[in-house]
Design a protein around this ligand. Sequence first.
Ligand SMILES: C[S@@+](CC[C@H](N)C(=O)[O-])C[C@H]1O[C@@H](n2cnc3c(N)ncnc32)[C@H](O)[C@@H]1O
Length: 254
Amino acid sequence: MTEARETTHFGEQTVALEDKQGLVNAVFHGVADRYDLMNDLMSGGVHRLWKDAMVARLAPPKTGSRPYRVLDMAGGTGDIAERIINASAGYAEVTVSDINSDMLRVGAERAKKWRFGGQANFVEANAEELPFEDESFDAYTIAFGIRNVPRIEKALGEAFRVLKRGGRFLCLEFSQVDLPGLDRVYDTFSDRVIPPMGKLVTGDSQPYQYLVESIRKFPTPAAFSAMIAAAGFRRVTHTAFSGNIAALHGAWKL
Ligand SMILES: C[S@@+](CC[C@H](N)C(=O)[O-])C[C@H]1O[C@@H](n2cnc3c(N)ncnc32)[C@H](O)[C@@H]1O
C-alpha cells in the first residue's frame, strides 16, 4: 500500500511537499545575480520603502550593555541587514541566513561596501531547521521569504525557538490587494508585465511566473496572523502597505 504524500503549491502547480524546496532553490539560484535589479524594476523601487518601514518598526537600539543580535532569515542579498545595521549606527549584529548559497554570495559581496559591513555575517541554513541555539536573538526578521518556505509552521516554530524572551518577530511579505480598482490593475501588471520583464532581464520568465502565483497562494493577513499566534507569539499585528500589496506582520515572544 502506498502512503498518500503530502502536497503543497509551487506557484500554480501542486507538488509533493518535499519537492517544493528544490524548485524554489532553482528559482533563486537562477536569478541571484539579477535579483536586486529585478526588485527595483518590478516594484518601481517601492520595495525599498517597505523595507525602510520594516526597519523603522524594528527601531534597533544604537547603544546598549550587550550586543543586539538580529537574525535576518531568508536574508538573500542583505537588503534588510544593511538597513538594520545602518539604523543602529553599526551597533546591531545581523546574521543573514538563507538556504541559497548564490543569494548569500551576492549579499556577502555587497556587504564589503557597506559602512558597517563587519557587523553582518552570512550563514547558509534552512528556515525550517535553524543551526542556532535557543533564545539566541533579540529579533527575527524575514522579508519576502516565508512565502517560499514549504512548511511555514515549522519556520515560525524555529523563529520562536531562537528568539529570546521579549524578542521581536517581523515579517514583510506580499499580500492580497484589497483596494477596489487597484486589484485589477495589479492583476494585469502581475500577469502581463512581471513575467516578460523577468525574461528580458534574467533570460527566464518562469521564476517570475512562480513569484506571481506564489503571492496569490499565500494566506490572507488574518490566516497568517493566526499561524504566527499558533507558533506561540503574542501581540500579533499586521500593517498593510500600498493597498495591501505588501503586509508587515509583527509579534513578540513574551
Ligand atoms: C524573494 S527573496 C527575499 C530576499 C530578501 N529577504 C529581500 O527581501 O530582498 C526570498 C529568499 O528566500 C530564500 N529561501 C527560500 N526558502 C528558504 C528556506 N527554506 N530557508 C531559508 N531561506 C529560504 C531564497 O533563497 C531567497 O533568497
